[in-house]
Write a protein that binds this ligand. Structure first.
Ligand code: EPU
Length: 357
C-alpha cells in the first residue's frame, strides 16, 4: 500500500478545480481497503471515497484520507435466457464499460453512453440518461463498510435508488431509542463500492422514447436502430449539448430537475406558458431545471471563472485552466445566485446534484 501525501486533485476532478489531498491511497483491491482499515494511523481517520471525480465540487483541500478506487476487471458472471450479468470493478470507466459490453454482443447500456465517471460511482447517484437509469440495469453490488471492514452485498431494493439518489447519498439517521426508532440505513461516507453487477435483459429492447432520439430517427429515416447505432447517436447528442470535461471543466448537470404538484405547475404555466414540463406516473410534474435557469437569463453568464454553459444552462463550467481556473467557492457562489433567481421568479428551490466536498 503506497501512501501519497499532498497530492494535487486537479487531474482527478472533472471540474478541474485546484485542490490537494493531504493523504491519498490508490485502492486496487479489496485487500488494499482492509490494509488501510488495519493501519494504526489511517484506520481511525475520516475517509473520502473518490471515483472518477465527475460529480464533485471541491471547495478546499481534502483533509479526510482520500481512497481513490482503482479496482479493475470486467467479466460475464451469468448468462441465462433472461439476461447477461456482467461484473465490473468499481474503478473501471463507465463509458468504456458501455462500449465493451456492446463489443461483446451484450446490449442494454447504450442509452447511458458517454456519462463520465467510474462504474463504482454509478450507483451512488443512480446515473441515468435518455430514458434509462442505472437501476434499470442493476443486479447487485459489493462494498466494504469503512467503519467495520465488513464486506457486504446489496441488491437494487437495498440500494434504495431514486432519481439521482441512493442509500449512498444519505447519512445514517441515528437510532432514537426514546421513540423506538431503529438506526436509518444511510451509507453516505461509509461504504466503498468495490464491484458492480449489471443485468442486461434478453431479449434486448431499444429505448427510443426520448425526444432527442426521436429526432435522430426522423433525421436518418432509421426507425429500427441497433444498439451500436443508438450508442453512436447518444454520443453525438451529448457532444452537441454537453461540454467535454477533457476540454472544459464541468460536473454534468449541476441541479436536479425539480418536481412540483400539478397546481404549482398550472400556476407557473399561467405566467410562463413555454415552461418545459413532463407528467410523471405518480401524478407530480417534473420541470426542466435547464429551462428555468435559461429563462432567468443565466446562459453564458459567469462569476469569476465559474460560468453557465452556453448550450445547456443546467451545466456549470470552469472557464479557466490550470492554476487560474474557477475555485469551488466561485462555483458555489454562482450556484447560489442561480438558486436565488430561480426561487424569486418561479418559487422553486433547485437542489444541487454533485456532492460538495
Ligand atoms: N432546456 C432549455 N434551456 C437550457 C437547457 C435545457 O430550454 O439551457 C430545455 C431543453 O430544451 C429541453 C429540456 O430543457 O426541452 C430538458 O433538457 P435536456 O433534454 O437537455 O435534459 P435535462 O433535463 O437538462 C437530463 C439529465 C442529464 C441527461 C439528460 C438526458 C438531470 C439533472 N440531467 O438533463 O443528465 O443526460 O436529461 O437524459 O436529470 C447529469 O446528470 O449530469 C446529466 C447530464
Amino acid at each position: 500500500m503506497l501512501v501519497e501525501k499532498n497530492v494535487p486533485l486537479q487531474p482527478y476532478n472533472t471540474f478541474r478545480i485546484v485542490a490537494r489531498a493531504h493523504t491519498l491511497i490508490r485502492v486496487k483491491s479489496e485487500a488494499d481497503v482492509l490494509a488501510v482499515l488495519a493501519d494504526a494511523e489511517l484506520g481511525p481517520a475520516p475517509k473520502f471515497v473518490l471515483g472518477g471525480g465527475s460529480n464533485i465540487v471541491l471547495t478546499g483541500d481534502v483533509k479526510p484520507v482520500v481512497l481513490k478506487v482503482e479496482i479493475t476487471g470486467r467479466r460475464l458472471v451469468g448468462d441465462t435466457p433472461r439476461a447477461w450479468i456482467v461484473e465490473v470493478g468499481g474503478g473501471e470507466s463507465w463509458h468504456e464499460t458501455v462500449r465493451w459490453t456492446l463489443e461483446q454482443g451484450w446490449p442494454g447500456l447504450e442509452n447511458m453512453a458517454l456519462i463520465p465517471g467510474t462504474v463504482g460511482a454509478a450507483p451512488v447517484q443512480n446515473i441515468g440518461a435518455y430514458g434509462v437509469e442505472l437501476q434499470d440495469r442493476f443486479e447487485s453490488l459489493d462494498a466494504i463498510d469503512l467503519q467495520t471492514g465488513q464486506a457486504f452485498t446489496l441488491n437494487a431494493a437495498q440500494c434504495a435508488f431514486g432519481y439521482r439518489d441512493s442509500v449512498f447519498k444519505h447519512a445514517a439517521a441515528p437510532a432514537h431509542e426514546a421513540l423506538g426508532r431503529p438506526a436509518g440505513l444511510g451509507l453516505a461516507g461509509r461504504a466503498l463500492i468495490t464491484r458492480v453487477r449489471l443485468r442486461l435483459p434478453k431479449p434486448w429492447k431499444p429505448v427510443l422514447g426520448y425526444l432527442d432520439l426521436e429526432r435522430k430517427m426522423a433525421e436518418t429515416g432509421n426507425h429500427q436502430p441497433t444498439a451500436q447505432q443508438i450508442f453512436d447517436w447518444i454520443c453525438d447528442i451529448r457532444r452537441a449539448k454537453l461540454p467535454d470535461p477533457a476540454v472544459i471543466g464541468n460536473a454534468g448537470s449541476f441541479f436536479k430537475n425539480p418536481t412540483v404538484t400539478p397546481e404549482q405547475c398550472a400556476d407557473i404555466i399561467a405566467r410562463d406558458p413555454k415552461i418545459v414540463h413532463y407528467q410523471l406516473d405518480d401524478g407530480t410534474v417534473k420541470l426542466a431545471a435547464g429551462w428555468l435557469i435559461d429563462a432567468c437569463g443565466w446562459k453564458g453568464k459567469s462569476i469569476g471563472q465559474a460560468g453557465v454553459y452556453e448550450k445547456q444552462a443546467l451545466v456549470l463550467v470552469n472557464r479557466g485552466g490550470g492554476e487560474s481556473g474557477a475555485t469551488g467557492g466561485e462555483v458555489m457562489t454562482l450556484a447560489k445566485a442561480i438558486q436565488t433567481s430561480v426561487y424569486e421568479r418561479f418559487g422553486i428551490r433547485l437542489e444541487p446534484e454533485p456532492v460538495v466536498v
